[in-house]
Structure formats: structure tokens, C-alpha cells
Design a binder for this molecule. Structure first.
Ligand code: 5GP
Ligand code: ZN
Length: 110
């Protein structure tokens, strides 16, 4: 989608420190990390938020979590926290569905 930052990153039209990529998913470092490891794991398809999912996205959401597992295993993480903000009141600033992976130290939640 035009003017969507995460679509631009997925299309390599904006820079990011990419740590994982496959046909449907891309993962990169958050620019303002809130933990020693803070990744954003993103379906390349533009979906505004969890609230905008349709039943046809069911498989893609499974792939999002399996890519997350693959990344965590690849980095030999002992544990991690996953956060998805849905909507502005919950702190979603980028309107392209994404999953935060935080690891390394306790995370201060709002
Ligand atoms: P949200 O608040 O929408 O759940 O999360 C958006 C995240 O995107 C924030 O943690 C923010 O630090 C991150 N972010 C915002 N702009 C950029 C950027 O240009 N590059 C990267 N890598 N992360 C960004
Ligand atoms: Zn997008």
C-alpha cells in the first residue's frame, strides 16, 4: 500500500535491518528497541491490524507465528515476549499488522 512504511520496507523501498525474510513474511529490528532484542515480524501483505483480518488470512497468520518460532530458534532464544498492538488506543502507530518480539531482559509494559 502506498505510503505505508512496512509495505515500503517489505518492498525494499525503505531501509531496515532485516533479520529474516521468506515469500510472505519479513522481520527486521525495531528502530527504537525496548529490549536488547526487539524485532518486528510482519506479513508482507498489507493488513491494517488484527481487527482487519479476514478468514482468508488464516493460513498467513499461522505462517507468521511459525516464522517467529523459526527466528527465535535460529537465535537460540531462551524465551521471548510477543506483543501485537491493535488500534491507536492500544498503542498501534503503524497501520500494518506486525508482531513485536522482545527478548533479553524484562520489558516494561505500558
Ligand atoms: P506499534 O506501536 O505500531 O505497535 O509499533 C510500531 C513500531 O515500529 C514501534 O516500536 C517503532 O519503534 C517502530 N518503527 C517506527 N518507525 C520505524 C522505522 O522507520 N524503522 C523501523 N525498523 N522501526 C520503526
Ligand atoms: Zn502496509
Amino acid at each position: 500500500m502506498q505510503n505505508c512504511l512496512f509495505c515500503k520496507i517489505a518492498n525494499k523501498e525503505a531501509p531496515a535491518e532485516i533479520v529474516y525474510e521468506d515469500e510472505k513474511i519479513i522481520a527486521f529490528k525495531d528502530i527504537h528497541p525496548k529490549a536488547p532484542l526487539h524485532l518486528l515480524i510482519v506479513p508482507k501483505k498489507h493488513i491494517q491490524s488484527v481487527d482487519h483480518l479476514e478468514s482468508k488470512d488464516q493460513r498467513l497468520m499461522g505462517e507468521l507465528f511459525l516464522a517467529t518460532q523459526k527466528i527465535a530458534r535460529g537465535k537460540k532464544l531462551k524465551g521471548y515476549k510477543l506483543i501485537i498492538n491493535v488500534g491507536r488506543p492500544a498503542g498501534q502507530l503503524i497501520d500494518h499488522l506486525h508482531l513485536h518480539l522482545l527478548s533479553g531482559e524484562p520489558v516494561q509494559l505500558p
